[in-house]
Write a protein that binds this ligand. Structure first.
Ligand code: PGA
Length: 249
């Protein structure tokens, strides 16, 4: 399975900086052919970035941070999957910041996944608990919440998704989940996914990934990639994360 490094730029960077960083990442992506390297810039920059990148290695792609749950119509401010299709190969869905600040619920998430899959954009479905807990029931609660997010979808649709375990308490805090904690959650996810889907569903980890912890996270066998927020805004550090992760045996 191809391993993924996804840079979520969130609402950062003005256009000139975004163009420079996108060129930089597209420039080094080819050095790590075992990885799929993806960046998710702010929506208005996608067209300019796509046009400016005269060379895109096959293992480099753009992602959107958002998509409308609706196919088209009177939804001011929304952007449909069809409109994104010429620009991106991936799209984040269910990120905790969308759930928190835009009240996106399981219904919206299912509709977004459906719209994306209809046009052939791969959803990256984010999930994770809000508080760190060593309680044995926590893993189950997290998986139940993920199942609710996918409830009305056919398994064939779920099979088209990448998943990203992002414990909320680790996002932007500088305190990533430990390897043991992540392994426990990821192992349970994989066991569930094996029942739910016909293939080994790819699972990324996100939450305070840095150059210092990328190698340790890379050694977790049940994790297939990293979703990187803050550090993905710095080309050199993002490259170091890719380098560490590509060395995983
Ligand atoms: P972070 O963000 O790496 O800055 O913690 C991760 C994310 O929100 O996807």
């Amino acid at each position: 399975m191809k391993r993924h490094i996804v840079g979520n730029w969130k609402m950062n960077l003005e256009l000139p900086e975004a163009l420079v960083l996108a060129q930089e990442v597209a420039g080094f992506a080819g050095d790590y052919p075992t990885l799929q390297i993806t960046i998710a810039p702010s929506l208005p920059w996608l067209v300019s970035i796509k046009e400016a990148l005269t060379f895109m290695p096959t293992n480099f792609a753009l992602a959107s941070q958002v998509v409308s749950p609706h196919p088209h119509g009177a939804y001011t401010g929304d952007v449909s999957a069809t409109q994104l299709k010429p620009l991106v190969r991936y799209c984040l869905v269910g990120h905790s910041e969308r759930r928190r600040f835009h009240h996106e619920d399981s219904q919206a998430i299912q509709s977004q996944i459906t719209e994306l899959c209809k046009v052939g954009i791969t959803p990256i479905v984010c999930f994770g608990e809000s508080k760190q807990s060593s309680s044995p029931s926590m893993v189950n609660q997290v998986l139940q919440a993920l199942k609710r997010d996918l409830a009305s979808l056919q398994p064939e649709v779920g099979e088209k998704c990448l998943f990203a375990y992002e414990p909320l308490w680790a996002i932007g805090t500088g305190h990533p989940a430990t390897a043991d904690y992540t392994t426990k959650m990821a192992t349970a996810f994989k066991a569930w996914a094996k029942q739910a889907f016909t293939h080994d569903a790819p699972l990324l980890y996100g939450g305070s990934v840095t150059t210092a912890n990328a190698a340790a996270l890379g050694s977790i066998k049940v994790i297939d990639g990293l979703l990187v927020g803050g550090v993905s805004l710095h080309g050199r550090e993002f490259k170091t994360i890719c380098a560490h992760y590509s060395q995983r045996v």
